[in-house]
Write a protein that binds this ligand. Structure first.
Ligand SMILES: *Cc1c(COP(=O)(O)O)cnc(C)c1O
Length: 394
C-alpha cells in the first residue's frame, strides 16, 4: 500500500467517525444541531471560569458551539493541525488570518495569482497602512527577492488561482521561516484530502468550505486551521470580537458533506483528468492548466506534495478573445454558467467580465481563458457537452 492509500484510509476514518461519538450526544447517531445561543451555569463562579477560556468552554455561541466544534475537530485532524475555528465564509476566515498576522506599517507578500477577493481585501487594508505586493512567479529565488524588510506574512494558493501553477510548499515554508515571516495558504482547491500544508511547514491554512468541503452548492462557510499557539492569540480577537462565525446548521450540513469528501474528491479527480486530456487534444484549445496532466510543467512537484488533483481547471482558446470565450460558455447545454465551484455539478465561467479585461491582461490572464469546475456527472456527458460547445468556434 502506498503513502497516498495510507493517508486516504486515515482521512476516511476521520471524515466518518472522528470527534462525533454517539455517547457524547445522548446516543444520537450524528451530532445534533445545538440551536442555543448561550449555556447556563449553576454558579456564577463557574461561569466566570468559563468566560476566561471560551475556546474550551461553552459560554455563548459566538465563541464555541458543540455542533460547529465537531466540524472544527474533524478539519483540524484532516489537516494534521492542532486547532481549527470555522467562520461564516471563506472570506471571514481569510480576514481573520490576515488581521491576526499583520499590523500597520507591515507588508504582505502574495505569491502569484490568489483569489480575487483576497487581493481586494489587501487593497482595502491599505487604508490602515497595511502594505502588500504580488510576485508573479513561483520560483523560490524570485520570491525571496520580493521579500521586503517589513514583510510579515506570505499568502499563496497552490495551485495558483486561475493559472494552476504549483509552488514548492516545503521550500517556501523554509524560506519564510528563515526570515521569520508567517505563511498562510488557501487550501480550498486541494482540500485536506489531497494536500496538507501544515505538515510541510505552513503556519495557517484557510478554506472556503463553500467549495468541495460543502460540495452540494447549499452552504457558505470558512475554516482556519493552525497551531494552538496562533489560535490562542487569534481566538479572543479576530474570532470572538469580529464575530464572523459559522452557525450550527451550516456546520451540520458540512459534517454530512465531509463524510463523503474522500470519495467525491477521487471522482472529481478522475473526471477532471479525462476532461483535461480531452481538452489537451482539442484543436480549438491551446493551453490546459491542470496540474494532474503529465505535460504540466509542475507535474513532478505535484507528486511530491499532493496526493491528488481536484476538479477545477482552466483552458485557453486558440481564439484568445472575450467574444470567443463568451460564445463557448454560452453554448454549453447541461454544464451551467455560474460563479463558485467544487460541487457535484459542473460549472463554467470566465474571470473576464469584459469590464475587467485590462486588469486581467496585466496579470497575464488571457481574455480567452475559461474556468471549468468538473463535477460528478457521467464523464461521457461532460465530454459530449464540451465537444459541442467548443465546436461553435473555429
Ligand atoms: C470561494 C473562494 C474563497 C472565498 O470563500 P467564500 O466562502 O466565498 O467567502 C476563498 N478562496 C478561494 C480559493 C475560493 O475559491
Amino acid at each position: 500500500m502506498n503513502y497516498a492509500d495510507v493517508l486516504f484510509k486515515e482521512d476516511l476514518k476521520i471524515c466518518l467517525h472522528f470527534g462525533d461519538a454517539a455517547e457524547e450526544f445522548s446516543g444520537a447517531a450524528v451530532p445534533p444541531i445545538y440551536q442555543n445561543s448561550l449555556f447556563v451555569y449553576s454558579k456564577h463562579e463557574e461561569l466566570a471560569e468559563a468566560v476566561k477560556n471560551e475556546l474550551n468552554y461553552y459560554v455563548y455561541w459566538r465563541g464555541t458551539n458543540p455542533t460547529v466544534e465537531v466540524l472544527e475537530k474533524k478539519l483540524a485532524a484532516l489537516e494534521r493541525g492542532e486547532d481549527c475555528k470555522c467562520f461564516a465564509s471563506g472570506m471571514a476566515a481569510i480576514t481573520a488570518a490576515i488581521l491576526a498576522s499583520i499590523k500597520s506599517g507591515e507588508h504582505v507578500l502574495c505569491v502569484s495569482h490568489i483569489y480575487t477577493s483576497t487581493l481586494d481585501l489587501l487593497k482595502y487594508l491599505q487604508k490602515f497602512n497595511i502594505q502588500h505586493s504580488v510576485v508573479y512567479s513561483t520560483n523560490i529565488e524570485k520570491i525571496e527577492q520580493s521579500i521586503q524588510k517589513n514583510t510579515k506574512l506570505i499568502i499563496l494558493e497552490s495551485p495558483t488561482s486561475l493559472t494552476f501553477e504549483l509552488i514548492n510548499l516545503k521550500s517556501l515554508a523554509e524560506l519564510a521561516q528563515s526570515y521569520g515571516i508567517r505563511t498562510m495558504i488557501d487550501n480550498t482547491w486541494g482540500t485536506p484530502i489531497f494536500q496538507k500544508p501544515l505538515t510541510l511547514g505552513f503556519d495557517i491554512v484557510v478554506h472556503s468550505a463553500s467549495k468541495y468541503l460543502g460540495g452540494h452548492s447549499d452552504v457558505v462557510g470558512g475554516a482556519l486551521i493552525t497551531s494552538h499557539k496562533i489560535m490562542m492569540e487569534l481566538f479572543p480577537k479576530e474570532f470572538l470580537l469580529m464575530g464572523g462565525i459559522m452557525g450550527p446548521h451550516e456546520a451540520s450540513l458540512l459534517l454530512r458533506s465531509i463524510r463523503t469528501l474522500p470519495f467525491r474528491m477521487k471522482e472529481h479527480e478522475k473526471n477532471a483528468y479525462e476532461v483535461a486530456t480531452f481538452l489537451e487534444n482539442h484543436p480549438n484549445v491551446t493551453v490546459v492548466n491542470y496540474p494532474g496532466l503529465a505535460t504540466h510543467p509542475h507535474y513532478e512537484l505535484g507528486k511530491t506534495q499532493q496526493t491528488g488533483n481536484s476538479g477545477l481547471l482552466s483552458f485557453v482558446l486558440k481564439d484568445e478573445t472575450y467574444e470567443a470565450a463568451k460564445a463557448v460558455i454560452n453554448a454549453f447545454k447541461f454544464i451551467q454558467i455560474g460563479v463558485s465551484w467544487g460541487s457535484f455539478e459542473s460549472l463554467v465561467t470566465s474571470p473576464n467580465y469584459g469590464h475587467n479585461e485590462g486588469s486581467l491582461l496585466k496579470e497575464k490572464i488571457s481574455p480567452g481563458l475559461i474556468r471549468l469546475s468538473v463535477g460528478l456527472e457521467l464523464i461521457s456527458e461532460i465530454i459530449e457537452d464540451l465537444d459541442q460547445a467548443l465546436s461553435v468556434i473555429s
